[in-house]
Write a protein that binds this ligand. Sequence first.
Ligand code: PGA
Length: 237
Amino acid sequence: MKLLVANWKSNPLNTDEAIKLAIETDKEGVVICPPFIFLESVKENISNAKIGAQDDFWGNTGAYTGEISWKQLVAMGVEYVILGHSERRKYLKETDEFINNKVIASLDAGLNVILCIGEDNQTRNKGINHAKVFVEQQLDRDLVGVRDIKNLIIAYEPIWAIGTGQPDTPESADEMAKHIKSLITSRYPLSVSVLYGGSVNSKNAKEFLEMGNINGALVGGASLDAAEFNKIIDLAR
Ligand code: PGA
């Protein structure tokens, strides 16, 4: 089965709603990534899905006000972490250097890292080759000093496709996934799984999931509606 990562972002409103949604989407092959405040309750209420965080901090436990350390996630039994999401790059001004520190610390800690990369609209409008160069540069900056990539997953998420209802075409997403895989195999002795993210829903998921270079999907909005997400889960099987 292909991997489905549910990125809940800053949803839902409270723990009761989080537990309900988690129970309704608790299926094998799914990684549920709730906000930090719901991690523990969600984890306690699922038995088939895996649990992931939407971010972490590279420091150990200590004086890092407001941050959640990789070490705290590991202690809680969290297995996955999303890093470098474009919303964090945009709203929190996260730099590649920040993200690189998190990737290194999280991989060292044994977490499965879902590293998000993808080009903006302006770049894509210049053509897919420009997007490929953008993605390559981002990948190189985010992976500086990373040696062991066995727990690394890449999510290709073109920024213009996230939350817009305008997904990439399955063909170009597949081409980008192939490009990312070849960049990785030219730098490491291992290959990597590549997910597609950006306006995936139950109507278009099949086309993406059928693509040979796409190993799954990172789903935002459509993961918040249990009926809708369950349709995607069925397609991923
Ligand atoms: P979306 O979000 O599915 O709502 O476009 C995807 C993501 O940001 O991971």
